[in-house]
Ligand binder design. Structure first.
Ligand code: OKS
Ligand code: ZN
Length: 404
């Protein structure tokens, strides 16, 4: 299996975070990816590392608002220009539903945008978001890794079809920062750009030929990767591929849910610890709206009582027995692959999820369950913080896919 990876993802390395009243080392650390990279490197018969290509900002702007991307790409420099400390940019005052009713929207749109702290309050929703001088470089690279994964997936599917060999097609985008908590216009939960959403839209809006034509060597140029008021990209008008997102990260992917909430061409399924971070979303009542109604499936699980068997039972039932999922008949599967369900995870974890083979079985279900069988799968890295264990957990999911 090809794994898309870049050392530039390690450059985003904030010095600390503030969680539940405690200042501690940044949990979403570069060491996480290094652990996974080491594990896949030790299995050269199964895994092969490739470098990301560059597909420009355009596919990112199909998901995220231009002003938000402009914020992500300029906030660090603007903060430093104001003479603020260079170590890390963190918010201090966040917009809040209960305040906004009394606030003049023009103040939010104009006056607040004049200060870096005002911008942080508009575009960030929690204290896990910290910008360093390299955050935008790592974020841009992370999204390009996911896009490269999408491109390679279509290439592989095409090659397998031409050879009529019936081989399964799967790619792993080994990227950070993660993405599933970011929506069109707000960052949170260590996430800046929603890598899964960006690759879903890319798979829907571009043909393999169009991807081939736009793929360039990745050479990060901050000037070319900063929005300066270009018009929004125009999308080609093709019948949309149906994409099923299976989010097995411990946390609810509130950003991904929100981006596709009214979209019937993207079925979002999430299994997550509940109630837990991000605290305000993830209930079974969130089913989608408008055309998208019925195409959002949340499976909240009690983190104290969920065992390996219970977890696998829920995943098996949704992928094998749920009528909406069967009828959806996805063209492509995108797996938001979090590894923080593991019982020892320092910030998450299901207490009873203790068997590494559960991860192998998750991979197997993504290969062989009735709703996935025969469909290409793009695995995209999300959370997971048991640094020394991550390599093994990631390999078992991918091996479960390969060997089942
Ligand atoms: C900071 C904690 C915020 C992030 C927690 C969740 C990150 C994650 N107070 N999401 O999938 O792994
Ligand atoms: Zn997570």
């Amino acid at each position: 299996m090809d794994i898309v990876y870049s050392e530039d993802c390690a450059l985003h390395d904030p010095p600390f975070e503030l969680t539940r009243g405690v200042v501690k080392p940044y949990v979403e650390s570069p060491a996480r990816l290094e652990s996974i990279k080491k594990a896949v490197d030790s299995q050269p018969d199964q895994f092969h590392i490739i470098s990301p290509r560059d597909y420009s900002l355009t596919p990112i702007l199909n998901v995220h608002k231009e002003d938000y991307i402009k914020f992500l790409s300029t906030i660090y420099d603007d903060w430093v220009k104001e003479g603020l400390p260079k170590d890390a940019v963190m918010g201090e005052c966040f917009t809040h539903l209960n305040n906004l009713s009394q606030v003049d929207p023009d103040i939010i749109k104009e006056t607040a945008l004049m200060t870096p702290s005002g911008r942080m309050g508009i575009y960030v929703y929690d204290l896990s978001i910290a910008f360093t001088s390299k955050t935008w470089l790592s974020t841009y690279t992370s999204a390009q890794i996911a896009l490269t994964g999408a491109h390679k997936l279509l290439e592989l599917q095409d090659a397998n079809n031409k050879k009529a060999n019936g081989n399964a097609s799967a790619i792993y985008a080994l990227c950070r920062p993660p993405g599933h908590h970011a929506n069109c216009c707000v960052a949170g939960g260590y996430c800046f750009v929603n890598n899964a959403a960006v690759s879903v839209k890319f798979l829907q809006d571009y043909s393999l030929e169009e991807m081939n034509a736009m793929s360039k060597p990745l050479e990060f140029d901050p000037k070319k990767t900063t929005v300066t008021g270009e018009p929004k990209p125009t999308l080609s008008d093709k019948p949309k591929k149906k994409i099923m997102i299976v989010d097995v990260d411990y946390h609810h992917g509130n950003g991904t849910q929100d981006i596709f909430y009214d979209d019937q061409s993207v079925l979002y399924i999430s299994l997550h610890g509940y109630p837990d971070y991000p605290f305000f979303t993830g209930s079974t009542k969130e089913i989608g709206k408008g055309q998208g109604q019925g195409y959002n499936i949340n499976i909240p699980l009690n983190p104290k009582t969920t065992t390996d068997a219970i977890y696998l039972d829920h995943l098996t039932r949704v992928l094998q027995e749920n009528q909406t999922v069967q009828d959806f008949d996805a063209d492509i599967i995108v797996c938001s692959m979090g590894l923080d369900t593991w019982h020892e995870d320092p910030i998450a974890g299901m207490k009873g999820l203790k068997d590494v083979e559960t991860y192998f079985k998750i991979g197997g279900l993504l290969r062989n369950s009735s709703s996935c069988k025969g469909r290409p799968v793009l695995f995209i890295q999300e959370g997971g913080y048991t640094v020394e264990k991550l390599g093994q957990l990631a390999c078992r999911i991918l091996q479960g896919y390969i060997d089942s």
